[in-house]
Design a protein around this ligand. Structure first.
Ligand code: SAM
Length: 286
């Protein structure tokens, strides 16, 4: 079934009385090359178990099912149940869970559903919860790769280099867990209804080893968040917002102990420099 053909989409959705929900981030694909390329570029084959988020009426799911050993798709909108039964009923390597992906215990789900298959995550994400879903997928620490369509601007932020405007706490979070790469852009005209923004497909290769030694992961991310809390402030002033009890002089000591100038801004630090800074702050907190 040609699930990206506009007249097929309209026919199926009308017959099932389905209406798009803006609040659920529903923008369905209308160009066959997009889901084909996502599934291909994600490197999905019979040895893989793929978790898909938000199958919609199933164009990407279909491409994944044609390639993967098993696909588990999580869709929050129960009104899509009869639609998906019609569009994807032929696949016996597919299981659909009608629930909120953010309520799933992803590591257990992957363990139980995929066994010895190589776990991958793929999705055309609902944009209103992109960061929450990406955080959940990366923190699950169980996927080889995560290949997702997101707003182009978000993809650029995730891939940003230190010292650029796009570099922020979420960049550090993603690059700590994975090596991100933008694969290709997807224009707004490839969806129904059309979003207001250009999209991009992002491929994240999850790191098997940490990017650098991190003593205390929780403290590391507290330091990162504080460092970007106010971009107009210097690093020390940002750090004061979270670690004020240590005093400005001690925090300046931590910064210079890492070989950084006192007036440095958080956005100029690499992940390794944030790690060194967190270790210095950790010594004061111990
Ligand atoms: N994969 C389809 C496609 O490419 O045409 C639909 C993509 S659409 C951008 C996002 C999908 O995510 C919608 O089907 C929406 O109902 C679903 N969704 C939204 N919030 C969700 C959540 N919290 N958990 C699971 N699915 C969700």
């Amino acid at each position: 079934m040609e699930l990206t053909n506009l007249s097929v989409i309209k026919d199926i959705l009308t017959r099932h009385g389905f209406h798009f929900s803006k609040s659920k981030g529903q923008n369905f694909l209308t160009q066959a090359w997009v889901p084909q390329r996502i599934a291909e570029d994600a490197g999905v084959d019979q040895s893989c178990g793929v978790l898909e988020i938000g199958p919609g009426m199933g164009p990407l799911t279909q491409q994944l099912c044609l390639r993967a050993g098993k696909v588990v798709a999580v869709e929050v909108d129960k009104k899509l149940q009869p639609v998906l039964a019609e569009t994807l009923g032929e696949f016996d390597n597919l299981q659909i869970i009608f629930d909120d992906v953010l309520k799933q215990d992803i590591p257990s789900l992957v363990r139980e559903q995929f066994g010895s298959l190589r776990p991958k995550a793929c999705a055309n994400l609902p944009y209103y919860i992109t960061s929450d879903i990406l955080a959940a997928l990366l923190e699950a620490k169980c996927f080889e790769t995560v290949t997702v369509m997101v707003q182009k601007e978000v993809a650029q932020r995730i891939c940003a280099k230190p010292g650029t405007e796009a570099y922020g706490a979420f960049t550090v979070f993603c690059q700590y867990h994975a090596v991100p790469e933008i694969l290709f852009d997807v224009p707004a005209g490839c969806f129904i209804p059309q979003p207001k923004v250009t999209s991009a497909v992002l491929h994240l290769t999850v790191r098997k080893e940490p990017v650098c030694p991190i003593g205390d992961e929780k403290l590391f991310f507290r330091v990162v968040r504080a460092s970007f809390a106010n971009r107009r402030k210097t690093l020390v002033n940002g750090l004061m917002s979270a670690f004020g009890q240590l005093g400005k002089e001690s925090l300046l000591g931590c910064i210079t102990a890492c070989g950084l100038p006192e007036n440095v801004r958080g956005e100029n630090l690499s992940i390794a420099q944030f790690a060194a800074l967190a270790d210095e702050i950790g010594k004061l907190l111990a």
